[in-house]
Ligand binder design. Structure first.
Ligand SMILES: O=C(O)CCC(=O)C(=O)O
Ligand SMILES: [Fe+2]
Length: 321
C-alpha cells in the first residue's frame, strides 16, 4: 500500500535511540494501516450501499413500480402484455351493508380482475366500430362523449339527446342486428367471468344502467359531463352497481396518451393500461376508488358494462328500436 511503502523507505536506523524511533515509526505505520483499513471498509460499505440503492431504483423503475407524487405507482397490467388472467383481492368496504343484501350475489369477496383472454382484439375492433358509428351522429363539444345503447343517450354539443328519437330516421342505417348480438355476447362472457371470479351464480346478477361507450380526447371540458378524470366510487356515482366492468377498445400509447385507469389505494396508485380487448372488472364499492387519467393526445374508446344484484335495478340487453 502506498503509505507503508513511503514509511519503509525512511527506516534505515538500528539499536539505541534508533529503537525509540522504530517504536514511534511502528506506531505511525500501524495507525496508518488502521486508517487505511478503515478507509477501505468505508469505501466497501459505500459501494454496497450504492449497489443496493441502484438495484432498488432499477426495480422501482422497471415498469412495475414507480415513485410518483402520491407515493408508489404499480402497474397491474401493461398495454404491451397479453394477460391471461390476474386477480387481486382487496377487503370489501362496508358500502354493501347500507344496501339491501342479495345473498349469493352481493359481494362478500372483493377485488379486481383483468383479462385479455375473453374478448379478442378483432372483437374489440368490431365493437369499437359500433361506438364510432353511433358517436359520429353526435359527440360532445368537450373531451368526453358517451353513447348508451340501452337508453339511447348520446352526447350532443353540451347536452344529451335520445338517439332513438332524435335520429330515428338514421338509427336503422347506422346499426345492425349483428352489432346488438355482439354486445349481448360480450356482456354474457364478461358476466360469466365476474361470476366465476367472485364465486357467485351468473344468473343472480343483472345488467344495470348506465351501460355506455365512451370516447375521450384532449379537448377542453365544456360541461361537468366532460370531466371524466375525477376520483369516484361507482356504487356512489351510479347507485345500482355491484360489479363494474370495462372493456377497452383502443391501446394506451398507440392510440392515445394519458388515459390510464387508476385504482387509488392508500399509499399507492395501481394502474391498468388500456389495451384493445382488455376487460377490467371489480367490485363497485369504495374498496375500488378510482379515476381515469386525463387523455393528453389521441382518442380513447371504452365501454362500461355493469351489474347489479338487485333484480329491480336490472335491465335487458339493448335492442334496436
Ligand atoms: O373508462 C374507464 O377506464 C373508467 C370509466 C369509469 O370509471 C366509469 O365509467 O365509471
Ligand atoms: Fe368508474
Amino acid at each position: 500500500m502506498a503509505p507503508q511503502r513511503r514509511a519503509g523507505s525512511r527506516t534505515p536506523e538500528s539499536g539505541g535511540a534508533g529503537a525509540g524511533a522504530r517504536a514511534e515509526e511502528r506506531r505511525r505505520l500501524s495507525s496508518g494501516v488502521k486508517g487505511s483499513v478503515q478507509k477501505d471498509s468505508r469505501r466497501k460499505w459505500l459501494k454496497v450501499a450504492f449497489l443496493l440503492s441502484s438495484a432498488m431504483l432499477g426495480y422501482l423503475l422497471s415498469g412495475s413500480y414507480l415513485l410518483g407524487e402520491d407515493g408508489v405507482t404499480e402497474v397491474l397490467a401493461h398495454q404491451g402484455e397479453s394477460l391471461q388472467y390476474k386477480f387481486i383481492e382487496v377487503p370489501c368496504s362496508e358500502d354493501y351493508d347500507s344496501h339491501k343484501r342479495f345473498e349469493g350475489c352481493t359481494p362478500r369477496k372483493c377485488g379486481r380482475g383483468i383479462t385479455d383472454a375473453i374478448i379478442s382484439r378483432e372483437e374489440a375492433e368490431r365493437i369499437r366500430r359500433i361506438a364510432e358509428k353511433g358517436l359520429s351522429l353526435g359527440g360532445s363539444d368537450g373531451g368526453a362523449s358517451i353513447l348508451d345503447l340501452h337508453s339511447g343517450a348520446l352526447s350532443l354539443g353540451k347536452h344529451f339527446v335520445n338517439m332513438y328519437r332524435y335520429f330515428s330516421d338514421k338509427v336503422h342505417d347506422t346499426f345492425t342486428e349483428e352489432d346488438f348480438h355482439l354486445y349481448r355476447d360480450v356482456r354474457q362472457r364478461i358476466q360469466q367471468k365476474i361470476a366465476l371470479t367472485f364465486g357467485i351464480s351468473s344468473s343472480s346478477m343483472y345488467l344495470t344502467k348506465p351501460t355506455f361507450f365512451s370516447r375521450i380526447n384532449n379537448s377542453e371540458a365544456k360541461t361537468t359531463h366532460d370531466e371524466y378524470w375525477h376520483p369516484h366510487i361507482d356504487k356512489v356515482t351510479y347507485g345500482s352497481f355491484d360489479y363494474t366492468s370495462l372493456l377497452y377498445l383502443s391501446d394506451y400509447t398507440e392510440d392515445f396518451g394519458g388515459g390510464r385507469f387508476v385504482f387509488m389505494d392508500e399509499g399507492a396508485n395501481r394502474t391498468v393500461e388500456p389495451r384493445a380487448g382488455r376487460v377490467s372488472f371489480f367490485t363497485s364499492g369504495s374498496e375500488n376508488l378510482h379515476h381515469v387519467e386525463k387523455v393528453h393526445w389521441g382518442t380513447r374508446y371504452a365501454i362500461t358494462i355493469s351489474f347489479t344484484c338487485n333484480p329491480d335495478h336490472g335491465i335487458g340487453d339493448p335492442v334496436l328500436t
